[in-house]
Design a protein around this ligand. Sequence first.
Ligand code: MN
Ligand code: MN
Length: 462
Amino acid sequence: MHAKELKEKLFNNFPNGYKKFEESEIKAADDYSAGYIDFLNNYRTERECAFWAENILKANGFKAFDPTAVYKAGDKVYKIQRGKAVMAAVIGSEGLKNGVKIAAAHIDSPRLDIKPNPLYESDEMAYLKTHYYGGIKKYQWTAIPLALHGVICKTDGETITVNIGSDAGDPQFVVTDLLPHLSQEQMKRNASQIVKAEELNLLIGSASFKDDEESELVKLNILNILYEKYGITERDFLSAELCALPAWEVREIGFDRSLIGGYGHDDKVCAYPAITALLECNEPKQTCISVLVDKEEIGSEGNTGMQGEFLRYFIADLAKAEGLEARDVIRKSTCISADVNAGFDPTFPDVFEKNNCAFVNKGICVTKYTGSGGKYSSNDASAEFMAYIKKIFDDNGVLWQIGELGKTDLGGGGTVAKYISKLDIETVDVGVPVLSMHSPFETISKLDLYCAHKGFKVYFEN
Ligand code: MN
Ligand code: MN
């Protein structure tokens, strides 16, 4: 046997999708991406994504989950968790007795949250104080157009939905930065402190209310505008969830339009296919569940994050309807923790270990373990489960690759995988490689996005 043939037989190789795919599949990826771009443009917060999911699920025959009902094969149900997380299930022909299949992604993304008592005037300009959410390079969030999204809950029971800055013609907001001419001292600061947290102040106005006597007239003018538009006073900020996030559009990137740039790919680039794959899942054998959760970026905390009990309750309710014990279902279940990984960046090759990192256009990245250092805080997927994933992806033409988050001792990160696996569920991370992750403008590849949809679908069906 020649070395060439022997190498083909014995070596592992992760091919590039553009070399491997037929033209028709590249076209399919392009078509699929158009829907994703539209989604990412219009749904930017966890609440907005939950709203999107509820609508698309309802439009595709999913009914609001009723814990007292008995469901049969092919039934489709969903539950919205406190407006910020989503669980949707297609009941399989086997019901739940052999466990469920879960695809879990998160729909929160790094951003600048608005503090509870945010509004102030300084030197005749008005600002909102922000508190950053998730892991960001703070300096990246200055001098870019920002939109204000969220809700204000008034004490009379009314909830005001806020979405200013994302639609054409809307005013936008900005965190100002220092001009280079006067930055000699600033540039000596450590990069994490070039812009400090308390310098992330959102500029929201400068026009003064006309009155010669009183002070804080710019702040007064802003509050007057907000009162006339929403009927709110300064005290209403105390019961609001508002955030500033990048206002720019999602766009195709590159002369060849092979990439997509935008805010919030992490992790909407996995959340979107987790839902679209479930929509195409008709009468699977095992019951399939897609879960979209909140708070992943701050440790999956609270009653909308993956450390919460709501997924377990949801499975327990489904199990009970079939006369099964929840724990008997859960221990036979499996999960794809659908989250992004770092894409190899040739400009910064030193942080990657090239045999074990994800490359753009090589398909979805299977991450056996996350965490940091000596695998601390990781879910380490079993070899048995890796073999299953490898088989179903290979047998069904899913382009995939293996990837760790960079070199071993350089950093690290986690996903929801460890919170799901500790329920006694076989779990592995599978997701799309991202460039400039956690920045206000992240980049992914259309082919990889398409592979996520295909991969999750294959997982549900096999
Ligand atoms: Mn993520
Ligand atoms: Mn993240």
